[in-house]
Design a protein around this ligand. Structure first.
Ligand code: PMP
Length: 353
């Protein structure tokens, strides 16, 4: 007897990057930060009152929303927090799209969770190919009949970014449609749309603590946008999980948001290493689009992504590979620390010779 629903039987779930523990790897496969979180995070953990954990956390993550609002220059009513930006993105589908509507539009090569969410919520997906050079074809997206858009900026897994001015032009051209900007990697680019959200009630910016804040383990993400969009997310949250941000996550993330100097310095280091790796990989014959994120999308013609992935793995270096059209010639390599990147380059040199 099969008790699974048709959906549970047939849906193709998202596959997260490997979290292997069989040996110590140089782990460059899930775009984590090579540097630790702010010392204020450690202090916040030490200051936690363990007895207080018998209480439920704030259902609205009010303390964290206030901290984020202050940092982003908006009001708390413009901020929503969830269990990772994945959850915020998930809730955005039923909040802004109808199953019998014109659908959600996104690129063919982008964060692959969008198509999973669309399938899960039964929302039509309008998929638009990237251009040959992996840049977004915003004109083709604009021409789609849809209820709104998902744009990862910078895009994953290519790392390609859209500047604020070009994004504003796009957003302005589709005032009747919602534009969800997934800025998971934006701190490594510095062209966030957040300063403009007040002017565009159709824009929701989604951000995460997992990457530039070096807090992937805490599972927290947030959205910034018009209060009515935020209220829509709250309605969906309260149909699903009343307390998506736990008490530890709330305290830790609020502490992290306050330490701008620390994170600015860590982000600068990642950006510098990204530049060094890009040059080194290109000198080795890799094709590497200009990345604005904390990872590189690298291919080396006939060698193929799978061979690179497997050989690096046997050398103790994990990168990400997808056995899918458009992706299988490439691997995605997270920018590590200087030492980790040296190991990566040394192993690649060995493999290529
Ligand atoms: N958006 C993009 C583009 C991502 O690559 C990721 C990380 N897998 C996420 C969102 C989700 O990140 P998290 O749930 O850790 O906030």
């Amino acid at each position: 007897m099969d008790f699974l629903s048709r959906k549970a039987r047939s849906i193709a779930p998202y596959t997260a990057g490997e979290q292997l523990r069989d040996r110590t790897y140089v782990k460059l496969n899930t775009n984590e930060n090579p540097y630790p979180p702010s010392p204020r995070v450690k202090q916040a953990l030490l200051d936690m009152d363990a007895d207080g954990l018998r209480r439920y956390p704030r259902p609205d993550a009010g303390l964290l929303r206030a901290a984020i609002a202050e940092k982003e220059g908006v009001s708390p009513e413009n901020v929503f927090c969830g269990n990772g930006s994945d959850e915020v993105l998930a809730l955005s589908f039923p909040a802004f799209f109808d199953a019998d509507g014109a659908g959600a539009c996104f690129a063919d090569l982008t964060y692959s969770f969008y198509e999973v969410f669309a399938a899960f919520f039964g929302i039509p997906a309008k998929v638009v190919p990237l251009r040959e050079d992996f840049t977004f074809d915003l004109a083709a997206m604009r021409a789609q009949d849809c209820q709104g858009y998902y744009i990862a900026n910078p895009n994953a897994p290519t790392g390609i970014g859209i500047g604020r001015a070009e994004m504003e032009q796009f957003v302005r051209s589709v005032p009747e449609k919602i534009v969800i900007l997934d800025e998971a990697y934006m701190d490594f680019f510095g062209e966030s749309f957040v300063p403009l959200v007040k002017e565009y009630p159709n824009v929701l910016v989604v951000r995460t603590f997992s990457k530039s804040y070096a807090l992937a383990g805490i599972r927290c993400g947030y959205a910034v946008g018009n209060a009515s969009l935020i209220a829509g997310l709250f309605r969906m949250k309260d149909c699903f999980n009343s307390y998506p941000v736990d008490a530890v996550a709330e305290a830790v993330c609020a502490a992290a948001v306050g330490d701008r100097d620390y994170y600015a310095a860590a982000t600068e280091k990642v950006i510098a290493e990204r530049g060094r790796l890009t040059v080194a990989l290109r000198e080795m014959g890799f094709t590497v689009p200009e990345s604005r994120a904390n990872f590189l999308f690298a291919g080396r013609g006939r060698l193929g992504g799978k061979a690179i992935y497997e050989k690096l793995r046997s050398e103790g270096v994990l990168v990400r590979f997808w056995d899918r059209p458009l992706l299988r010639d490439f691997v995605r390599i997270t920018v590590g620390s200087h030492e980790e990147n040296d190991i990566l380059l040394e192993k690649l040199n060995k493999i290529l010779s």
